[in-house]
Each structure stands twice: as structure tokens, then as C-alpha cells.
Design a protein around this ligand. Structure first.
Ligand code: UTP
Length: 480
């Protein structure tokens, strides 16, 4: 039971602070609320850092810091095919066998573009069986545990907005065959969404409108949730970071781990994978090297940061000069995260702003507003901004068909349809490498639906040991 006198006192104090900051409107409906809802709203308001909101809004007015284009050049990268791959793969396999590696998926996003009701990880993603994304990752972990004779713990970042549903999904699916104690779910933080003139928004009369604080909120959340401590206690040194929307991701990749840990150009702090951009207009960030007073650092610049003259420039061989597109796959060393987050009060990756549609209560009428146009500013931090904190960071090339088939939109680019085709293409390529005859269209894509379970094969070598057909018919459905 909330104590009405205490609630009143708290309310008076808070109200004064909010009014002084020009945010008194969020109290407008307090008197109408039942006592428990009053207490909930006051608690939420007490957690808002009004100075930060003011500072971020001021930054918004003055636009984001611009990039000094004279100081950047394309980031060098390890090409997809290079000598010594076997050596680095063996180093990565040792890290796995020694129990040094954890898997980390960021699944706190709102997935608004896809329009799926429920956490995105519950989305049916595979070509034939429609396995939810979370199951695809869990089965990779089951297979890797078996292959390397270890238990790879899995850290899953949710948000306060989808944590309950995500936990229920894991529970209802019996943790996908993993042991519950080796799966660590934790919510990230949130940021208030504001109007263009800096006002906080009420999602309901008793709730402030907030959004998850971006995948860059992961570092702080890993620290505050106790996940870092849990990893340290397990002897983990490496975190394999990936996003929830990519069913082709290698949840743990021995070659990438080995390169991160032992390549001479890696400081062993944070490494990244890239794929060559499809074309200059593709809306992905690109890896750049930026000269600084003390040397240089790797950065991901957003497509909107690069003027066409730069994003369209080509090398003498005709390839885009800035072609290294970020696919949000990283390895971070625990010691690096620990260094960055040791003092959580002073640590924070910079916030970027996104203009989005946020339903809210009109503070004058009390009516719900469902905006048809973007009406609000959300603040999000991006994980790749941590690259700037590395002494030296490695970028490794891979191919789209092998590792990147994200499901972001309901239709068009990066949709279930494009992802399914890439999944069948990769499966077709793997089967071809094992001597199976695969039907192909003129453009080389696989003309059949093929799904290979992670429990059957994590890579081509595993597939060679499986029972395989001699050939696949045009339009066939093949499940392995
Ligand atoms: P996206 O940038 O695709 O955002 O996230 P989103 O929120 O999922 O989708 P839209 O933009 O609303 O359609 C890329 C990855 O980062 C995670 C997402 O869950 C996804 O794995 N993410 C994003 C978080 O974990 N937290 C966030 O605050 C934002």
C-alpha cells in the first residue's frame, strides 16, 4: 500500500523540480489517478535525469557534431579470403574449448518497421519450419556446446518494454533445450522521448513515454545487471555480440574470435565484421579511419553523415571507396567493457537522435493522440561508438550470403522474403560445396527452399558428415 502523505510530499518536491525545468505538464492528470498509479508515475518521474534531457535537447537544437571529412579515410580490413585463416580459426576454437567465450544478443529494440506483435526474437524466421529467431540462436549454441565440449553462456538484452514477454517466450519454449542457468536475460535502460520543443510526453496519464536507450545502452546494462560479474565468475574473456534480427549470424565464430584475439592489427578490445555495400545508396554505416591528434581511430559513420561525393567515390578497380558496411557483429573483450564501465556515473556512449512517431496523451485535452507523422525525438546510443575507445580495432570482411540476412521490414529490402532467399542461397552454396547438385536461377540464386538446422551443421565441414541428397529439384523444399 502506498502511504498517501508520503506520496503527497514526494509529489510536491518532484513537481517543483519538473516545473522549474518547464516540464510541469506531466503532473496534469496526477489527481485523477488511483493511489497506486500515482505512486508508479512519481517513481518513474523520479528516475528522469532532467539535466540530461535539457542537455540533449540543446544538442538537438545545435544539430549533431559534424564529421571532419578531411580527417577520414576508408578503414582497412581483413579481406574475406586471406592466408592464415586456418591458424586464426584454430586460435578461436581454443578460446571456445577453454570456455572463454559468451554469446550476447541485443534484443531490446522495438521492431517498429517489421510491425510484429511481440519481441522480434519471437519472429518466425526460417525458410521451411519458421523457427523463431531466438530458437535459431539457441540451436547454434546447443550445437557449439556439443562441438567444443563446453557450455557457452548466453546473455540476452531485453528492454523494460519487452522483458516480460521475452522471458515468457523462453520459459514456454523450455529454454530451447538450453539450461536456464546458462541463459541470462536482463533489461536495458530507457530514455524519455521528447517533443521537438523539448517537452516530455505522457504515453498514458500515468506513464511517461520512454524508449529503450539504443544498443549502445548494452555496455551500461551489462554492468548494472550483474551480467559482467557473472561472466567474470565463469572465466569468460570474450563477448560475441550480435543483433536479434539476423538469422544467418554465426553466434560464435572461431575464425573471427581468433582474428580478434591474435591478429597483429587488433588491440584485442573490440573487432567488427563488415560486408561490401550493395551500392552507394545502401543505408548502412561504413567503417572509416579517423585521424586524431594522438593517432587514429576506427569509426562507423552513418550513411547520412557522408555527402554523395564521398559515398559514391570509387577506387580505380571500380569498387566503392567507402564500401565496408557495418553489419553489427562484434567481439568485445570483457576487460575492455570493464574499463569503459568501471565508473557507470561517468561512462556513457554519446546519444544520437531519431525522429519517430510516438503516441501520447494531449496534455490539454487528456485525449490519446496517434500521430500520422513523426512527432517526437528519441535518444539512442550506438554500440559501434565504443570503437572510438579502442587503441586499435580490427574490421573483418565477410559476405552477405554467408552471414547477413536481417529481417527489418515487412516487405522490400531486408524483409522476410529477402532473408529467406539468402538463407536458401547459403544452404545451396554449402550443399554445392559438399557435391550436391543445386538448381539455380540465371543470377545464381538457389531455385529451391532449403533449410539447414544448426543442429545438423554449423558450417560446411559439419555438413559433409550429414546424410545428404545427391541433388535438389527445382522448387523443392529440403529440410536438413
Ligand atoms: P534496429 O536499429 O533495427 O531497431 O535494432 P529496432 O528497434 O529493432 O527496430 P525499428 O527501428 O523500430 O524497426 C538493431 C538491433 O539492436 C537492438 C534491436 O533489438 C536489434 O537487435 N536494439 C535496438 C536494442 O537492443 N536496444 C535498442 O534500444 C535498440
Amino acid at each position: 500500500m502506498s502511504d498517501p502523505a508520503a506520496t503527497l510530499e514526494r509529489s510536491t518536491d518532484l513537481r517543483r523540480r519538473f516545473e522549474n525545468a518547464g516540464q510541469g505538464h506531466v503532473f496534469r492528470f496526477l489527481a485523477e489517478l488511483a493511489p497506486a498509479r500515482q505512486a508508479a508515475l512519481l517513481e518513474q518521474l523520479a528516475s528522469v535525469d532532467l539535466d540530461e534531457v535539457r542537455r540533449l535537447h540543446a544538442q538537438l537544437a545545435s544539430k549533431e557534431a559534424s564529421v571532419n571529412l578531411d580527417a577520414i579515410e576508408p578503414a582497412p580490413y581483413v579481406p574475406a579470403h586471406f592466408a592464415d585463416a586456418a591458424k586464426y580459426r584454430a586460435i578461436g576454437e581454443d578460446l571456445l574449448r577453454d570456455g572463454k567465450v559468451s554469446a550476447f544478443v541485443v534484443a531490446g529494440g522495438q521492431g517498429t518497421r517489421l510491425g510484429w506483435r511481440g519481441p522480434k526474437g519471437t519472429y518466425p524466421s526460417t525458410v521451411i519450419t519458421g523457427k523463431p529467431l531466438f530458437r535459431v540462436f539457441a540451436e547454434q549454441l546447443l550445437a557449439a556446446n556439443r562441438k567444443y565440449g563446453v557450455t557457452i553462456p548466453w546473455y540476452v538484452m531485453t528492454s523494460p518494454l519487452n522483458d516480460t514477454d521475452t522471458r515468457a517466450f523462453f520459459r514456454d519454449n523450455n529454454w530451447f533445450g538450453l539450461e536456464e542457468r546458462n541463459v541470462f536475460l536482463f533489461p536495458q535502460g530507457t530514455m524519455p522521448s521528447i517533443t521537438h520543443d523539448g517537452k516530455l510526453l505522457l504515453e498514458e496519464k500515468d506513464t511517461l513515454a520512454v524508449n529503450p536507450d539504443g544498443h549502445g545502452g548494452a555496455l551500461r546494462a551489462l554492468k548494472s545487471s550483474g551480467a559482467l560479474e557473472d561472466m567474470a565468475a565463469r572465466g569468460i574473456t570474450q563477448l560475441s555480440y550480435f543483433q536479434v534480427d539476423n538469422p544467418l549470424v554465426r553466434v560464435v565464430d572461431p575464425l573471427f574470435l581468433g582474428l580478434h584475439a591474435a591478429h597483429p592489427d587488433s588491440s584485442g578490445e573490440m573487432s567488427s565484421k563488415m560486408v561490401p555495400k550493395r551500392d552507394a545508396g545502401e543505408k548502412v554505416g561504413v567503417f572509416c579511419r579517423e585521424r586524431t591528434a594522438s593517432g587514429s581511430r576506427t569509426r562507423v559513420l552513418e550513411y547520412s553523415d557522408l555527402p554523395p561525393a564521398i559515398s559514391q567515390a570509387t577506387d580505380p578497380d571500380g569498387r566503392l571507396r567507402y564500401r565496408a558496411g557495418s553489419i553489427a557483429i562484434h567481439i568485445l573483450t570483457l576487460a575492455f567493457i570493464d574499463r569503459l564501465t568501471r565508473d557507470p556515473d561517468r561512462f556513457g556512449l554519446p546519444f544520437h537522435r531519431a525522429i519517430k512517431k510516438v503516441p501520447h496523451i494531449d496534455p490539454t485535452t487528456g485525449q490519446k493522440v496517434e500521430p500520422s507523422q513523426p512527432n517526437a525525438v528519441k535518444f539512442e546510443a550506438f554500440i559501434f561508438d565504443a570503437l572510438a575507445e579502442c587503441r586499435s580495432s580490427l574490421v573483418v570482411e565477410t559476405t552477405r550470403v554467408e552471414e547477413f540476412a536481417p529481417i527489418k521490414n515487412a516487405t522490400g529490402d531486408d524483409s522476410p522474403a529477402t532473408s529467406h532467399q539468402l538463407q536458401s542461397d547459403r544452404a545451396g552454396n554449402w550443399l554445392s560445396a559438399c557435391g550436391v547438385s543445386i538448381p539455380r536461377r540465371a543470377d545464381g540464386t538457389t531455385n529451391a527452399k532449403i533449410e539447414i538446422s544448426p543442429l545438423t551443421a554449423l558450417d560446411i565441414d559439419d555438413l559433409r558428415r550429414a546424410q545428404l541428397p545427391r541433388s535438389v529439384d527445382v522448387g523443392a523444399e529440403v529440410l536438413l
